[in-house]
Design a protein around this ligand. Structure first.
Ligand code: DLL
Length: 429
């Protein structure tokens, strides 16, 4: 049933669709047989009725709530004896979602991650500095498996001990760095404090993801490390990192391994598919997973299909960088905003250090956004800088925000996923 990666990434759209329908039919049959939740949910669905990809859009969706309710093992599609690894995600609120892997699932993950590294041109001659957290979070082990798959050497740094990270980057001659973009930024800042320049390193590629980041942040990381900074996307519910990633040539959208993970983009309000090039919510199905297979999972992540072919020759469809999560979006006096847009506007101002935090508050029934920033140069005059940043932001965002210039190094640095938005409205109510 499965084709080898090289072929799989070069199928025509018609071949890919035919394969997806066949795989989905088998997936639905297996879900009904092995997972009680889906047996009930798909009671009226005959797998044979799936004749074309459009039919998949009529099947029911799975929500994060469904997965949480199933904690810990109600979604298991195999006997626990066949499970070889388990991860869990808590998100920022609520209870855990468990992601379990059989031997085949771990192979699938390795295969998907091998493609991520191959798209980035990473191979056996590379030394991979892996600063994603090892543990229940899938980032650390996901990247580790990728390195094993392509035969690269991996340095399993995990997050934290940032000065030591800089020393290891330099001394072990890493050519590839893997981290969240916000942590990579913190490593860059620490390098500067230690007087270590990019010239002292051998880095050429960064594989960054697990949180939304702007093109401006991408350019900043490319500049400070002198690398190509590439985006990688994924989520524990589906596999971990490895669902989609950028290739070196394209560098402006992420190839989805759509033969391994079936994807759709839907209108979050109506639940119906949107056209290519139109923004919506990404819906994913882990069609080949055995232990915790998930059908039509509403990720909450906002993106769009990029219809243009990629110069790299891979025919797998690409999605745009994730704009943010449906629940990260906030509305300020009628204007919808994502933290990533504010990051983009802030990083265009050279006077600012590339760190920020957004504090959302409510005063007299009106929402107020206070943007906390730090000056790049410690001696900068805070008042005039705040005025300037406020002007620029108001123009870029089309809505009035407050700006507070904080002391250098006072905004919390991230060692994993950054917390960009502090929402005090919930406390104020
Ligand atoms: O963040 C898996 C991962 C690890 C991806 C390392 C990339 C690199 P979770 O902890 O389950 O898994 O979080 C998944 O993080 O639904 C998105 O909201 C967000 N996310 C992941 N990658 C990106 C990205 C990992 N490249 C959630 N851009 C997802 C924007 C991302 N958001």
């Amino acid at each position: 049933m499965m084709t080898m990666p090289r072929e799989a990434e070069r199928l025509t759209p018609e071949q890919m669709q035919a394969q997806s329908v066949a795989d989905f039919r088998e997936f639905v049959r297996r879900l009904k047989e092995t997972v009680p939740f889906y047996r009930e949910k798909l009671a009226g669905v005959d797998p044979k009725s799936l004749q074309q990809v459009q039919d998949i859009a009529d099947l029911p969706v799975t929500t994060k709530g469904d997965l949480r309710d199933a904690y810990p093992f109600d979604m298991l599609g195999v006997d626990l004896a066949r499970v070889q690894e388990m991860h869990a995600t808590s998100g920022t609120t609520g209870s855990c979602v468990v992601s379990a892997y059989t031997d085949n699932d771990l192979r699938l993950w390795r295969r998907a991650m091998g493609r991520v590294f191959a798209r980035a041109g990473v191979g056996s001659a590379d030394v991979v500095h892996n600063a994603y957290g090892y543990g229940l979070f899938t980032g650390g082990l996901g990247m580790h498996y990728a390195a094993l798959e392509v035969g690269a050497a991996v340095v399993p740094m995990s997050g934290g001990y940032t000065q030591r990270q800089v020393a290891m980057l330099r001394d072990l001659g890493a050519t590839v760095i893997c981290a969240t973009p916000s942590y990579a930024q913190h490593i860059a800042e620490t390098m500067e404090e230690m007087n270590v320049t990019a010239d002292a390193l051998r880095l050429r590629v960064g594989i960054f993801g697990a949180e939304p980041w702007s093109l401006e942040m991408c350019r900043e990381l490319e500049r400070v490390f002198n690398i190509a900074a590439l985006d990688v996307y994924g989520l524990a519910e589906i596999i971990g990192p490895g669902v989609a990633s950028e290739c070196v040539q394209g560098h402006e959208g992420l190839h989805v391994s759509e033969d391994l993970f079936y994807f759709e983009v839907i209108n979050p309000q109506t639940g119906r598919p949107v056209a290519d090039g139109e923004r919506g919510e990404l819906v994913l199905s882990s069609i080949l997973r055995e232990a915790t297979p998930v059908m039509r999972y509403r990720t909450g992540d906002i993106t769009q299909v990029l219809p243009e072919p990629c110069p790299c020759g891979r025919t797998t469809r690409r999605i745009d960088h994730i704009q943010g999560r449906v629940d990260d979006m906030f509305t300020l006096r009628g204007v919808n905003l994502f933290p990533r847009e504010i990051e983009a506007a802030l990083l265009q101002m050279d006077e600012l250090a590339p760190v920020f935090q957004l504090v959302l508050d409510r005063q007299a029934a009106l929402d107020r956004l206070d943007v906390h920033v730090e000056p790049r140069h410690p001696q900068a005059a805070h008042e005039s800088l705040a005025r300037h940043v406020k002007e620029q932001l108001n123009r870029a965002l089309g809505v009035n925000v407050q700006v507070t210039v904080k002391e250098p190094h006072s905004i919390p640095r991230s060692e994993g996923k950054a917390i960009r938005l502090v929402d005090r409205r919930k406390l104020a109510r």
